[in-house]
Design a protein around this ligand. Structure first.
Ligand code: AR6
Length: 205
């Protein structure tokens, strides 16, 4: 986990930007958020989030990678869950993954004509995943960029939603025993977007 605590670099970026009026500065909150570029299946934390499909029975992208790394017991447990609605989330064990749990959430398939509805559903994915982690007394959660791959959500819009919901959660009492939210990005482009936007939602003191 130490490797993930790369918030030093993040702090340097944050310090160079003007403080955003919408979210009051808080070094304490900034210290509870990390960015990590790499494969989420290698991340050793209490929970990783899977960008799943409604059946919860596996698919491509990060879903395929998580099922492959977790082994067949994951799909066996998923079969008992009766699927998951878009915007909701369900938890399983992590099996062969280094992460103890997987929180499976189903993001919206992006459509520009239904952008507002998609935004509500994506926000709900982050909210429900964070709620479930906190209800299970988990200390950390690692998110991939939900819906921005096969489901086509524009990365900047999705990142604003991810960061806003995380800030709201970390501001709330529900997160009192929570250590850290880690955003796991795959590509350099996604990393650039997160590096630019994190300081807007987590300005340092
Ligand atoms: N670690 C971290 N991020 C990853 C990894 C990985 N190993 N692999 C991909 N990503 P996607 P979606 C990134 O397509 O858009 C599946 O078939 C990827 O670069 O996995 O929510 C499901 O079954 C992108 O930034 O998820 C659903 O049917 C992000 O993860 C559908 O795809 C999400 O991309 C869900 O589509």
């Amino acid at each position: 986990l130490c490797e993930l605590y790369a918030s030093g670099a993040l702090r340097a970026v944050a310090a160079s930007l003007p403080v955003n009026a919408r979210f009051p500065p808080s070094q304490r909150l900034l210290d509870r958020v990390s960015l990590y570029q790499g494969d989420i299946t290698k991340v050793e934390v209490d929970s990783i989030v899977n960008a799943a499909k409604r059946s919860l029975l596996g698919g491509g992208g990060v879903d395929g990678a998580i099922h492959q790394a977790a082994g067949p017991k994951l799909v066996e447990e998923c079969e008992t869950l009766d699927g998951c609605e878009t915007g909701d989330a369900k938890i399983t064990a992590g099996y062969n993954l280094p992460s103890k749990h997987v929180i499976h959430t189903v993001g919206p398939v992006y459509s520009r004509s239904r952008a507002e509805q998609c935004a509500h559903l994506l926000a709900s994915c982050y909210r429900r995943s964070l709620q479930i982690a906190s209800q299970h007394s988990l200390k950390h959660i690692a998110f991939p960029s939900i819906s921005t791959g096969i489901y086509g959500y524009p990365v900047p819009d999705a990142t604003h939603i991810a960061l806003k919901e995380t800030r709201k959660f970390l501001d709330s009492e529900d997160s009192d025993n929570f250590d850290r939210v880690i955003f796991v990005v795959f590509s350099d482009e996604d990393m650039d977007v997160y590096q630019e936007l994190v300081p807007l939602y987590f300005p340092p003191d």
